[in-house]
Design a protein around this ligand. Sequence first.
Ligand code: ADP
Ligand code: X15
Length: 397
Amino acid sequence: MAKLTLNDIEVKDKKVLMRVDFNVPIKDGEITDDNRIVQALPSIKHVIDNGGLLILTSHLGRPAGTPDPEFSLKPTADHLATLIDAKVHFAEDCIGEKAESVINAAAFGEVVVLENVRFHPEEKQNDEEFSKKLAAHGDLFVNDAFGSSHRAHASVAGVTRYLQPAVSGYLLEKEIKYLEESVNNPERPFVAILGGAKVSDKIGVIENLLSKVDTIIVGGGMTYTFYKAKGLPIGNSLVEEDKVDLAKELLEKAEEAGVKFMLPIDSVAAKEFKNDAEYKVVPEDGIEDGWMGLDIGPESSIAFGNQIKNAQTVVWNGPMGVFEMENFADGTFAVAKALAEATQNGATTIIGGGDSSSAIKVAGLSDQVSHVSTGGGASLEYLEGKELPGVASLTDK
Ligand SMILES: Nc1ncnc2c1ncn2[C@@H]1O[C@H](COP(=O)(O)OP(=O)(O)O)[C@@H](O)[C@H]1O
Ligand SMILES: O=C(OP(=O)(O)O)[C@H](O)COP(=O)(O)O
Protein backbone atom coordinates (compact mmCIF):
# COMPACT_ATOMS: atom_id res chain seq x y z
CA MET A 1 0.00 0.00 0.00
CA ALA A 2 1.63 3.25 -1.11
CA LYS A 3 0.29 5.13 1.89
CA LEU A 4 2.00 6.12 5.12
CA THR A 5 1.43 3.67 7.97
CA LEU A 6 1.80 3.79 11.74
CA ASN A 7 5.39 2.58 11.30
CA ASP A 8 6.31 5.72 9.35
CA ILE A 9 5.46 8.17 12.12
CA GLU A 10 6.43 9.07 15.67
CA VAL A 11 3.57 9.02 18.19
CA LYS A 12 5.42 9.95 21.41
CA ASP A 13 3.82 12.98 23.10
CA LYS A 14 1.35 13.25 20.22
CA LYS A 15 -2.42 13.33 20.36
CA VAL A 16 -3.36 10.58 17.94
CA LEU A 17 -6.86 10.66 16.48
CA MET A 18 -7.68 7.13 15.32
CA ARG A 19 -10.80 6.01 13.46
CA VAL A 20 -11.68 2.45 14.40
CA ASP A 21 -14.66 0.29 13.45
CA PHE A 22 -16.16 -0.54 16.84
CA ASN A 23 -19.50 -1.28 15.15
CA VAL A 24 -19.90 -4.52 17.10
CA PRO A 25 -23.07 -6.47 17.87
CA ILE A 26 -24.48 -5.52 21.30
CA LYS A 27 -27.36 -7.31 23.03
CA ASP A 28 -28.76 -6.03 26.34
CA GLY A 29 -25.66 -3.87 26.81
CA GLU A 30 -23.30 -6.85 26.26
CA ILE A 31 -20.95 -7.14 23.30
CA THR A 32 -21.67 -10.50 21.66
CA ASP A 33 -18.68 -10.49 19.29
CA ASP A 34 -15.64 -8.33 20.10
CA ASN A 35 -13.59 -9.36 17.05
CA ARG A 36 -13.46 -5.84 15.57
CA ILE A 37 -12.14 -4.45 18.88
CA VAL A 38 -9.61 -7.25 19.26
CA GLN A 39 -8.40 -6.75 15.68
CA ALA A 40 -7.74 -3.06 16.38
CA LEU A 41 -5.58 -3.80 19.45
CA PRO A 42 -2.19 -3.87 17.68
CA SER A 43 -2.64 -0.24 16.55
CA ILE A 44 -4.16 0.82 19.87
CA LYS A 45 -1.32 -0.74 21.87
CA HIS A 46 1.31 0.68 19.56
CA VAL A 47 0.15 4.24 20.25
CA ILE A 48 -0.21 3.96 24.02
CA ASP A 49 2.93 1.86 24.52
CA ASN A 50 4.91 4.49 22.64
CA GLY A 51 3.64 7.39 24.71
CA GLY A 52 0.85 8.83 22.57
CA LEU A 53 -2.54 10.00 23.80
CA LEU A 54 -5.00 7.95 21.80
CA ILE A 55 -8.39 9.43 20.84
CA LEU A 56 -10.69 6.85 19.26
CA THR A 57 -13.66 7.64 17.04
CA SER A 58 -16.17 5.18 15.60
CA HIS A 59 -19.76 4.75 14.59
CA LEU A 60 -22.06 2.09 15.99
CA GLY A 61 -25.12 0.98 14.05
CA ARG A 62 -27.24 3.37 12.06
CA PRO A 63 -28.75 5.93 14.48
CA ALA A 64 -30.93 8.72 13.04
CA GLY A 65 -28.27 11.45 13.30
CA THR A 66 -29.17 12.23 16.91
CA PRO A 67 -28.02 10.88 20.31
CA ASP A 68 -29.64 7.53 21.05
CA PRO A 69 -28.56 5.42 24.06
CA GLU A 70 -29.19 2.23 22.09
CA PHE A 71 -26.24 3.14 19.84
CA SER A 72 -23.84 4.40 22.52
CA LEU A 73 -20.17 3.37 22.24
CA LYS A 74 -19.86 3.30 26.06
CA PRO A 75 -19.97 -0.55 26.19
CA THR A 76 -17.06 -0.70 23.73
CA ALA A 77 -15.01 1.69 25.91
CA ASP A 78 -15.74 -0.44 28.99
CA HIS A 79 -14.78 -3.57 27.08
CA LEU A 80 -11.58 -2.04 25.71
CA ALA A 81 -10.55 -1.23 29.30
CA THR A 82 -10.60 -4.97 30.06
CA LEU A 83 -8.33 -5.73 27.07
CA ILE A 84 -5.52 -3.22 27.62
CA ASP A 85 -3.33 -2.14 30.46
CA ALA A 86 -4.12 1.58 30.25
CA LYS A 87 -6.79 3.95 31.48
CA VAL A 88 -9.75 4.32 29.09
CA HIS A 89 -11.83 7.51 29.33
CA PHE A 90 -15.19 7.97 27.68
CA ALA A 91 -16.54 11.26 26.30
CA GLU A 92 -20.29 11.62 25.86
CA ASP A 93 -19.90 13.52 22.61
CA CYS A 94 -17.37 13.32 19.80
CA ILE A 95 -16.99 17.11 19.41
CA GLY A 96 -17.39 20.23 21.54
CA GLU A 97 -16.86 20.84 25.24
CA LYS A 98 -17.82 17.30 26.32
CA ALA A 99 -15.09 15.80 24.12
CA GLU A 100 -12.48 18.48 24.80
CA SER A 101 -12.74 18.36 28.60
CA VAL A 102 -12.20 14.57 28.62
CA ILE A 103 -9.29 14.78 26.18
CA ASN A 104 -7.66 17.58 28.19
CA ALA A 105 -7.91 15.53 31.37
CA ALA A 106 -6.32 12.45 29.81
CA ALA A 107 -2.59 11.76 29.91
CA PHE A 108 -0.17 10.44 27.30
CA GLY A 109 -0.30 6.64 27.32
CA GLU A 110 -4.07 6.72 27.92
CA VAL A 111 -7.11 6.31 25.71
CA VAL A 112 -10.21 8.42 25.12
CA VAL A 113 -13.18 6.81 23.37
CA LEU A 114 -15.46 9.44 21.85
CA GLU A 115 -19.22 8.85 21.56
CA ASN A 116 -20.76 7.63 18.27
CA VAL A 117 -19.93 10.01 15.41
CA ARG A 118 -23.28 9.18 13.79
CA PHE A 119 -25.09 11.05 16.57
CA HIS A 120 -24.35 14.02 14.30
CA PRO A 121 -25.94 14.02 10.83
CA GLU A 122 -22.83 15.85 9.55
CA GLU A 123 -20.81 12.63 9.87
CA LYS A 124 -22.50 10.91 6.92
CA GLN A 125 -22.67 14.19 5.00
CA ASN A 126 -18.86 14.37 5.19
CA ASP A 127 -19.42 17.92 6.40
CA GLU A 128 -16.41 20.25 6.39
CA GLU A 129 -17.04 22.03 9.68
CA PHE A 130 -17.69 18.75 11.47
CA SER A 131 -14.54 17.22 9.93
CA LYS A 132 -12.54 20.25 11.14
CA LYS A 133 -13.87 19.85 14.67
CA LEU A 134 -12.86 16.18 14.74
CA ALA A 135 -9.48 16.98 13.21
CA ALA A 136 -8.80 19.61 15.91
CA HIS A 137 -8.62 16.84 18.54
CA GLY A 138 -5.37 15.40 17.22
CA ASP A 139 -1.84 16.08 15.98
CA LEU A 140 -2.11 13.27 13.44
CA PHE A 141 -4.72 10.85 12.10
CA VAL A 142 -4.78 7.07 11.83
CA ASN A 143 -7.43 5.11 9.95
CA ASP A 144 -7.72 1.56 11.26
CA ALA A 145 -11.41 1.19 10.44
CA PHE A 146 -11.22 -1.13 7.42
CA GLY A 147 -14.92 -2.05 7.79
CA SER A 148 -15.89 1.62 7.33
CA SER A 149 -13.34 2.56 4.68
CA HIS A 150 -15.88 2.35 1.85
CA ARG A 151 -17.75 5.25 3.51
CA ALA A 152 -16.80 8.78 2.45
CA HIS A 153 -17.82 10.07 5.86
CA ALA A 154 -16.30 12.85 7.98
CA SER A 155 -14.50 10.69 10.56
CA VAL A 156 -13.17 8.33 7.86
CA ALA A 157 -12.25 10.61 4.95
CA GLY A 158 -13.24 14.26 5.59
CA VAL A 159 -11.01 14.60 8.60
CA THR A 160 -7.88 13.93 6.51
CA ARG A 161 -8.37 17.26 4.71
CA TYR A 162 -7.55 19.05 7.97
CA LEU A 163 -5.27 16.61 9.77
CA GLN A 164 -2.05 15.33 8.25
CA PRO A 165 -0.22 13.08 8.25
CA ALA A 166 -3.10 10.66 7.85
CA VAL A 167 -1.76 7.13 8.05
CA SER A 168 -3.11 3.60 7.99
CA GLY A 169 -3.29 1.48 11.12
CA TYR A 170 -2.09 -2.11 11.23
CA LEU A 171 -5.52 -3.69 10.71
CA LEU A 172 -6.29 -1.58 7.65
CA GLU A 173 -2.84 -2.35 6.28
CA LYS A 174 -3.31 -6.10 6.82
CA GLU A 175 -6.77 -6.16 5.24
CA ILE A 176 -5.60 -4.29 2.14
CA LYS A 177 -2.47 -6.43 1.85
CA TYR A 178 -4.51 -9.65 1.70
CA LEU A 179 -7.06 -8.27 -0.75
CA GLU A 180 -4.48 -6.53 -2.93
CA GLU A 181 -2.24 -9.56 -3.22
CA SER A 182 -5.09 -11.94 -3.95
CA VAL A 183 -6.65 -9.71 -6.58
CA ASN A 184 -3.55 -8.29 -8.25
CA ASN A 185 -0.94 -10.96 -7.80
CA PRO A 186 -2.68 -14.26 -7.02
CA GLU A 187 -0.97 -17.61 -6.87
CA ARG A 188 -2.93 -19.84 -9.22
CA PRO A 189 -5.37 -21.48 -9.40
CA PHE A 190 -7.38 -18.53 -8.04
CA VAL A 191 -10.96 -19.44 -7.06
CA ALA A 192 -13.66 -16.96 -6.02
CA ILE A 193 -16.74 -18.27 -4.25
CA LEU A 194 -19.81 -16.06 -4.15
CA GLY A 195 -23.05 -16.77 -2.39
CA GLY A 196 -25.65 -15.02 -0.31
CA ALA A 197 -29.06 -13.80 -1.17
CA LYS A 198 -28.78 -11.42 -4.08
CA VAL A 199 -27.09 -11.39 -7.46
CA SER A 200 -27.46 -7.61 -7.51
CA ASP A 201 -25.05 -7.25 -4.55
CA LYS A 202 -22.37 -9.34 -6.25
CA ILE A 203 -22.60 -8.36 -9.95
CA GLY A 204 -19.78 -5.82 -9.66
CA VAL A 205 -17.59 -8.40 -7.94
CA ILE A 206 -18.23 -11.07 -10.57
CA GLU A 207 -17.57 -8.59 -13.39
CA ASN A 208 -14.33 -7.36 -11.86
CA LEU A 209 -13.05 -10.82 -10.96
CA LEU A 210 -13.78 -12.34 -14.39
CA SER A 211 -10.48 -10.99 -15.70
CA LYS A 212 -8.54 -12.22 -12.68
CA VAL A 213 -9.74 -15.62 -11.47
CA ASP A 214 -9.50 -19.13 -12.91
CA THR A 215 -12.79 -20.30 -11.40
CA ILE A 216 -15.93 -18.60 -10.11
CA ILE A 217 -18.18 -20.68 -7.89
CA VAL A 218 -21.72 -19.42 -7.31
CA GLY A 219 -24.02 -20.80 -4.62
CA GLY A 220 -26.70 -19.56 -2.25
CA GLY A 221 -29.85 -17.74 -3.27
CA MET A 222 -28.02 -16.18 -6.24
CA THR A 223 -27.93 -19.60 -7.88
CA TYR A 224 -31.52 -19.56 -9.04
CA THR A 225 -31.30 -16.35 -11.05
CA PHE A 226 -28.49 -18.07 -12.97
CA TYR A 227 -30.57 -21.28 -13.23
CA LYS A 228 -33.41 -19.25 -14.74
CA ALA A 229 -30.94 -17.71 -17.19
CA LYS A 230 -30.01 -21.26 -18.24
CA GLY A 231 -33.65 -22.28 -18.61
CA LEU A 232 -33.64 -24.58 -15.56
CA PRO A 233 -36.77 -24.89 -13.39
CA ILE A 234 -36.55 -23.00 -10.09
CA GLY A 235 -39.98 -23.46 -8.44
CA ASN A 236 -40.37 -20.89 -5.66
CA SER A 237 -36.64 -20.30 -5.20
CA LEU A 238 -35.30 -16.80 -4.69
CA VAL A 239 -34.96 -15.06 -8.04
CA GLU A 240 -34.26 -11.55 -9.30
CA GLU A 241 -36.30 -11.46 -12.50
CA ASP A 242 -34.71 -8.19 -13.63
CA LYS A 243 -31.23 -9.72 -13.38
CA VAL A 244 -31.86 -12.86 -15.46
CA ASP A 245 -30.54 -11.29 -18.69
CA LEU A 246 -27.49 -10.02 -16.85
CA ALA A 247 -26.87 -13.46 -15.39
CA LYS A 248 -26.94 -14.82 -18.96
CA GLU A 249 -24.42 -12.17 -20.02
CA LEU A 250 -22.11 -12.99 -17.12
CA LEU A 251 -22.16 -16.68 -18.05
CA GLU A 252 -21.24 -15.74 -21.64
CA LYS A 253 -18.49 -13.38 -20.49
CA ALA A 254 -17.02 -16.08 -18.28
CA GLU A 255 -16.90 -18.44 -21.23
CA GLU A 256 -15.22 -15.82 -23.42
CA ALA A 257 -12.68 -15.12 -20.68
CA GLY A 258 -11.95 -18.84 -20.28
CA VAL A 259 -13.10 -18.72 -16.65
CA LYS A 260 -14.69 -21.86 -15.26
CA PHE A 261 -18.10 -20.82 -13.89
CA MET A 262 -19.51 -23.42 -11.49
CA LEU A 263 -23.12 -23.50 -10.35
CA PRO A 264 -24.54 -26.14 -7.98
CA ILE A 265 -25.32 -29.45 -9.68
CA ASP A 266 -27.86 -30.26 -6.98
CA SER A 267 -29.86 -28.40 -4.35
CA VAL A 268 -31.59 -29.07 -1.05
CA ALA A 269 -35.13 -28.01 -1.89
CA ALA A 270 -37.82 -27.33 0.72
CA LYS A 271 -41.55 -26.77 0.70
CA GLU A 272 -41.34 -23.69 2.89
CA PHE A 273 -38.79 -21.16 4.11
CA LYS A 274 -38.38 -22.68 7.57
CA ASN A 275 -36.06 -25.15 9.24
CA ASP A 276 -38.63 -27.86 9.89
CA ALA A 277 -40.14 -27.71 6.38
CA GLU A 278 -40.22 -30.92 4.34
CA TYR A 279 -37.03 -31.08 2.22
CA LYS A 280 -35.20 -33.28 -0.30
CA VAL A 281 -32.08 -33.28 -2.45
CA VAL A 282 -32.80 -32.66 -6.13
CA PRO A 283 -30.60 -32.42 -9.27
CA GLU A 284 -30.17 -29.10 -11.09
CA ASP A 285 -33.16 -29.76 -13.31
CA GLY A 286 -35.26 -31.16 -10.47
CA ILE A 287 -36.74 -28.22 -8.53
CA GLU A 288 -40.47 -28.77 -8.87
CA ASP A 289 -43.25 -26.19 -8.61
CA GLY A 290 -43.98 -25.43 -4.96
CA TRP A 291 -40.38 -26.18 -3.85
CA MET A 292 -37.49 -23.79 -3.24
CA GLY A 293 -33.72 -24.32 -3.21
CA LEU A 294 -32.36 -23.42 0.24
CA ASP A 295 -28.89 -24.99 0.11
CA ILE A 296 -26.47 -26.51 -2.36
CA GLY A 297 -26.72 -30.32 -2.41
CA PRO A 298 -24.10 -32.90 -1.34
CA GLU A 299 -22.77 -33.48 -4.90
CA SER A 300 -22.19 -29.74 -5.27
CA SER A 301 -20.40 -29.63 -1.92
CA ILE A 302 -18.02 -32.31 -3.20
CA ALA A 303 -17.49 -30.62 -6.58
CA PHE A 304 -16.97 -27.17 -5.06
CA GLY A 305 -14.77 -28.66 -2.33
CA ASN A 306 -12.48 -30.31 -4.89
CA GLN A 307 -11.96 -27.02 -6.74
CA ILE A 308 -11.28 -25.16 -3.51
CA LYS A 309 -8.86 -27.74 -2.10
CA ASN A 310 -6.76 -27.59 -5.28
CA ALA A 311 -6.61 -23.79 -5.37
CA GLN A 312 -3.71 -21.61 -4.27
CA THR A 313 -5.77 -18.45 -3.71
CA VAL A 314 -9.39 -18.48 -2.52
CA VAL A 315 -11.73 -15.58 -1.83
CA TRP A 316 -15.15 -16.37 -0.33
CA ASN A 317 -18.07 -14.01 0.17
CA GLY A 318 -21.62 -15.12 0.97
CA PRO A 319 -23.11 -18.36 2.33
CA MET A 320 -24.07 -21.33 0.11
CA GLY A 321 -27.51 -21.65 1.66
CA VAL A 322 -29.75 -20.50 4.49
CA PHE A 323 -27.08 -21.49 6.99
CA GLU A 324 -28.98 -19.88 9.88
CA MET A 325 -31.31 -22.91 9.61
CA GLU A 326 -29.63 -26.17 10.62
CA ASN A 327 -31.16 -28.25 7.83
CA PHE A 328 -29.80 -25.88 5.16
CA ALA A 329 -26.34 -25.21 6.60
CA ASP A 330 -24.37 -28.20 5.27
CA GLY A 331 -23.25 -26.61 2.00
CA THR A 332 -21.89 -23.51 3.73
CA PHE A 333 -20.02 -25.59 6.30
CA ALA A 334 -18.64 -27.87 3.57
CA VAL A 335 -17.19 -24.83 1.82
CA ALA A 336 -15.78 -23.56 5.13
CA LYS A 337 -14.07 -26.94 5.68
CA ALA A 338 -12.69 -26.95 2.13
CA LEU A 339 -11.15 -23.50 2.74
CA ALA A 340 -9.48 -24.80 5.90
CA GLU A 341 -8.08 -27.76 3.93
CA ALA A 342 -6.85 -25.49 1.14
CA THR A 343 -5.08 -23.37 3.75
CA GLN A 344 -3.38 -26.48 5.11
CA ASN A 345 -2.25 -27.26 1.57
CA GLY A 346 -0.54 -23.87 1.40
CA ALA A 347 -3.25 -21.72 -0.19
CA THR A 348 -4.03 -18.15 0.81
CA THR A 349 -7.69 -18.12 1.85
CA ILE A 350 -9.66 -14.96 2.49
CA ILE A 351 -13.15 -14.59 3.87
CA GLY A 352 -14.87 -11.37 2.94
CA GLY A 353 -16.73 -10.48 6.10
CA GLY A 354 -20.50 -10.52 6.61
CA ASP A 355 -22.33 -13.82 6.86
CA SER A 356 -19.41 -15.90 5.63
CA SER A 357 -17.31 -14.84 8.63
CA SER A 358 -20.18 -15.75 10.99
CA ALA A 359 -20.39 -19.13 9.24
CA ILE A 360 -16.66 -19.87 9.55
CA LYS A 361 -16.86 -18.84 13.20
CA VAL A 362 -19.80 -21.15 13.91
CA ALA A 363 -17.85 -23.92 12.13
CA GLY A 364 -14.95 -23.23 14.54
CA LEU A 365 -12.54 -22.74 11.63
CA SER A 366 -11.76 -19.00 11.84
CA ASP A 367 -8.15 -19.65 12.82
CA GLN A 368 -7.68 -22.23 10.06
CA VAL A 369 -7.97 -19.80 7.14
CA SER A 370 -5.47 -17.11 6.17
CA HIS A 371 -7.63 -14.07 6.80
CA VAL A 372 -11.16 -13.29 7.97
CA SER A 373 -11.97 -9.73 7.00
CA THR A 374 -13.59 -7.34 9.49
CA GLY A 375 -15.47 -5.62 6.67
CA GLY A 376 -18.26 -7.08 4.56
CA GLY A 377 -19.26 -4.06 2.46
CA ALA A 378 -15.70 -2.72 2.37
CA SER A 379 -14.19 -5.98 1.10
CA LEU A 380 -16.95 -6.35 -1.51
CA GLU A 381 -16.28 -2.84 -2.81
CA TYR A 382 -12.56 -3.61 -2.95
CA LEU A 383 -13.28 -6.81 -4.89
CA GLU A 384 -15.45 -4.76 -7.25
CA GLY A 385 -12.33 -2.78 -8.08
CA LYS A 386 -13.60 0.39 -6.42
CA GLU A 387 -11.34 2.82 -4.62
CA LEU A 388 -12.03 2.97 -0.86
CA PRO A 389 -12.33 6.62 0.30
CA GLY A 390 -10.83 5.75 3.69
CA VAL A 391 -7.69 4.50 1.94
CA ALA A 392 -7.50 6.99 -0.93
CA SER A 393 -7.56 9.93 1.49
CA LEU A 394 -4.47 8.80 3.44
CA THR A 395 -1.09 10.51 2.96
CA ASP A 396 0.99 9.05 0.12
CA LYS A 397 4.35 7.55 0.99
N1 ADP B 1 -30.97 -20.43 -1.30
C1 ADP B 1 -31.23 -19.35 -0.56
N2 ADP B 1 -32.47 -18.84 -0.49
C2 ADP B 1 -32.74 -17.76 0.28
N3 ADP B 1 -31.81 -17.11 1.02
C3 ADP B 1 -30.57 -17.59 1.00
C4 ADP B 1 -30.23 -18.73 0.22
N4 ADP B 1 -28.91 -18.97 0.40
C5 ADP B 1 -28.45 -18.03 1.26
N5 ADP B 1 -29.45 -17.20 1.62
C6 ADP B 1 -29.37 -16.09 2.59
O1 ADP B 1 -28.49 -15.10 2.17
C7 ADP B 1 -28.16 -14.31 3.30
C8 ADP B 1 -26.82 -13.69 3.15
O2 ADP B 1 -26.78 -12.93 2.00
P1 ADP B 1 -25.80 -11.72 1.81
O3 ADP B 1 -26.15 -10.64 2.77
O4 ADP B 1 -25.82 -11.39 0.37
O5 ADP B 1 -24.40 -12.37 2.24
P2 ADP B 1 -23.13 -11.70 2.92
O6 ADP B 1 -23.59 -11.01 4.17
O7 ADP B 1 -22.19 -12.82 3.24
O8 ADP B 1 -22.60 -10.77 1.89
C9 ADP B 1 -28.23 -15.24 4.50
O9 ADP B 1 -29.09 -14.69 5.45
C10 ADP B 1 -28.78 -16.54 3.91
O10 ADP B 1 -29.80 -17.13 4.69
O1 X15 C 1 -20.61 -3.27 9.79
C1 X15 C 1 -20.15 -2.66 8.83
O2 X15 C 1 -20.26 -3.07 7.55
P1 X15 C 1 -20.51 -4.62 7.08
O3 X15 C 1 -21.75 -5.12 7.79
O4 X15 C 1 -20.71 -4.49 5.59
O5 X15 C 1 -19.27 -5.40 7.43
C2 X15 C 1 -19.36 -1.38 9.00
O6 X15 C 1 -19.25 -1.03 10.37
C3 X15 C 1 -20.00 -0.26 8.18
O7 X15 C 1 -21.28 0.02 8.68
P2 X15 C 1 -22.33 0.78 7.74
O8 X15 C 1 -22.71 -0.18 6.64
O9 X15 C 1 -23.49 1.16 8.63
O10 X15 C 1 -21.63 1.99 7.17
